[in-house]
Write a new protein. Structure first.
Ligand code: GTP
Ligand code: ZN
Length: 292
C-alpha cells in the first residue's frame, strides 16, 4: 500500500493512506535504500492488520529539507511577526533562498497583526513578488486568505520561535489543538514548544507541517548554497542578472552591475539585497569540499 509519513517518532513512522494511519517500523530492506525516511515521504508499506505495519520503500522525492526535516513540500509558508518576537528579515530571506534553491515556492505570512500591523515587512515581500499575507491567529484576521493559499497543497510552516506557527494552525482548524507557548519563556530559556515535525490534514483540504522554530544560527551546512547559485535564489533579481557588465558579476559591489542599479532605482528592496550580500559572504567562506 502507499501512504505519506505524517510523523516520525522514536523509530516509528505514522503512515496515512488517506483512510487510516498505520504505525510502521522500518524494514531491513529499507536500510539498503540508505535514506532516512522523512515526514512527507511517500512510501510503500505493508499493514499487519493490527494497526501496525512495516515500511518497505521510500518513493522518489520531489524535494527535501533538513531544517525542518521534511520532504515533498509544495510550498513553504514563512511566518514572521513584527511584535514579540520581531522577525529579522534576514531569517526570512535565508529560508526563502533555501526554498528557492529547491524550486519550492514560498508564501510570506506576517502574524500578530492585532499587536502590530506589520505593513512595512509585508510591503517588502509583496514588492519582491511573494504571495504575502497579514494575519492574526488571535483575531482570525487573514485566516480565510491563508486557507485559500494552502488548500489542496502540502505546506510546511516555518518561522522563528514564538511567531505563532502552532497558534495559526489551531486557528485554521477546530480539530487541531497544538500546545502553544509563552514567548518570554521560550526566548528566555531557548525552549521550543514544537519539538518534532508533524503533518496535519486540515478540514480545508490542506496538509500542513508544523515545525520547530528556528533561531539565527540554525541552518545546516548542507543547505548553504554555492555563491554562484545564490542570485537565482532571489527571484526578483532575475530580470537584471543577465544585464550586468561582467558575466561573473557577484552583484555585491561590481562596476556595471544591473542588480545594484535596480536597487538604486528602488526596484529591489534594500533589506533583500543586504541579505543576499550577507549570504554571499557566508557562502564564500565555505569551501565546496565542506558541503555534503
Ligand atoms: N497577540 C497575538 N499573540 C499571538 C498570535 N499568534 C500567536 N500568539 C502568541 O504567541 C505565543 C507563541 O505562539 P506559538 O504558536 O507557540 O508560536 P510558535 O511559532 O509555534 O513557536 P515554536 O513552537 O517555539 O516555534 C503564544 O503565547 C501565542 O498565544 C497573534 O496573532 N496575536
Ligand atoms: Zn551584477
Amino acid at each position: 500500500m502507499e501512504g505519506i509519513i505524517m510523523k516520525a517518532l522514536s523509530g516509528f513512522y505514522y503512515v496515512d493512506d488517506g483512510q487510516t494511519v498505520t504505525t510502521c517500523r522500518g524494514r531491513g530492506k529499507l536500510r539498503h535504500q540508505k535514506v532516512t525516511p522523512l515526514v512527507g515521504d511517500r512510501v510503500e508499506f505493508t499493514p499487519l492488520g493490527d494497526g501496525s505495519g512495516s515500511l518497505d520503500r521510500i518513493l522518489p522525492r520531489k524535494n527535501q529539507f533538513y531544517r525542518p526535516a521534511v520532504a515533498n513540500i509544495d510550498q513553504l509558508v514563512i511566518i514572521a511577526s513584527q511584535a514579540i518576537p520581531v522577525t529579522d528579515p534576514f531569517l526570512i530571506d535565508r529560508v526563502a533562498a533555501i526554498a528557492q534553491s529547491r524550486d519550492c515556492p514560498c508564501v510570506i505570512c506576517v502574524n500578530k497583526c492585532d499587536l502590530e500591523p506589520g505593513d512595512d515587512l509585508a510591503a517588502i515581500y509583496a514588492a519582491a513578488g511573494f504571495p504575502t499575507l497579514k494575519v492574526s491567529a488571535q483575531t482570525g484576521e487573514g485566516m480565510d486568505e491563508l486557507r485559500a493559499l494552502i488548500a489542496g497543497k502540502v505546506s510546511a510552516f516555518t518561522g522563528n520561535s514564538g511567531v505563532g506557527k502552532s497558534s495559526i494552525l489551531n486557528a485554521l482548524d477546530d480539530q487541531v489543538d497544538l500546545a502553544t507557548g509563552d514567548v518570554s519563556e521560550k526566548l528566555g530559556r531557548g525552549r521550543h514548544t514544537t519539538r518534532h515535525v508533524e503533518l496535519f490534514r486540515l478540514g480545508c483540504g490542506a496538509v500542513v507541517a508544523d515545525t520547530p522554530g528556528f533561531s539565527s544560527f540554525d541552518v545546516d551546512r548542507m543547505e548553504l548554497m554555492r555563491k554562484e547559485e545564490l542570485a537565482r535564489c532571489f527571484p526578483e533579481f532575475a530580470p537584471y542578472v543577465d544585464q550586468c557588465q561582467f558575466q561573473d558579476c557577484a552583484h555585491v559591489k561590481e562596476k556595471g552591475c544591473a542588480v545594484l542599479a535596480a536597487l538604486k532605482r528602488g526596484e529591489i528592496q534594500p533589506t533583500r539585497h543586504a541579505s543576499y550580500v550577507r549570504l554571499y559572504e557566508q557562502a564564500k567562506a565555505i569551501p565546496d569540499w565542506e558541503r555534503k
